[in-house]
Design a protein around this ligand. Structure first.
Ligand code: SAH
Length: 211
């Protein structure tokens, strides 16, 4: 029996009150067992609307932030999605619930391994996890309909822009260690991109290279 059904429903109601209205995103959040993506010692807080530590100096993002990003990403079933910064794998699981074929990359080896095993155990067969650097992306499976980045960069990695389909959308936090804003980028031509500022948020940095 899943003792967390109630708390998960309450989290969904809270997100609704905060302005999330995409029913598919809310349904995915109601379904994915976030408590299985955080360390056992913090499971009691898994359905609070807060980021939590997952080790190696990293965090699972705040549910509101993830919901907001997913709402703005407009994922449709069958989309090929590049998820940069696997972390716990929670966001990858939500993307999978939205019907995407997910390619998720992580630069910290133990996090990569843990997330890969966790997602496989939970039956998320349409998520593939890779040990890669987000500054380089995953060119062998490009182009992607959607790219979502869970760590902030001073500027958008050029290689990721090139891995986006024409007509595709990328959501990425841009900024330094003190201030970051979420940006939605639409690739409208070979070398043409349309940018929209989605407001300030807090993210860990998109680091260079692998660990
Ligand atoms: N989507 C994650 C959020 C994790 S926080 C979740 O749902 O849990 C951001 C993650 O991005 C961290 O795990 C961090 O290690 C990773 N990251 C930071 N820089 C990266 C890079 N250059 N390439 C790949 N992953 C990176």
């Amino acid at each position: 029996m899943d003792l967390f059904i109630g708390p998960r429903k309450r989290l969904v109601e809270h997100l609704r009150e905060k302005g999330i209205s995409d029913e598919r995103v809310l349904k995915a959040i109601e379904k994915v067992p976030r408590h299985l993506f955080v360390p056992e010692t913090t499971q009691a807080y898994a359905y609070d609307d807060t980021a939590l530590p997952i080790g190696y100096g990293q965090t699972i993002s705040q549910p509101y932030t993830v919901a907001f990003m997913l709402e703005k990403l407009n994922v449709e079933p069958g989309h090929k999605v590049l998820d940069v910064g696997t972390g716990s794998g929670y966001q990858a699981a939500l993307l999978s619930e939205l019907g995407a074929d997910v390619y998720s990359i992580e630069r910290i080896y133990p996090l990569y391994e843990e997330a890969k095993e966790r997602l496989a155990n939970l039956g998320y067969d349409n998520v593939k996890v890779f040990y890669r650097d987000g500054w380089i992306g995953l060119p062998e499976y490009a182009p992607y309909d959607r790219i979502i980045v869970a760590a902030a960069a001073p500027q958008t990695p050029e290689k990721l822009l090139k891995q986006l389909k024409i007509g595709g959308i990328m959501i990425i936090p841009i900024g330094d260690e003190y201030f970051q804003k979420l940006v939605r980028i639409k690739r409208i031509g070979e070398n043409e991109y349309e940018k929209e500022d989605l407001g300030p948020f807090v993210f860990v940095p998109l680091k260079k290279g692998k660990e």
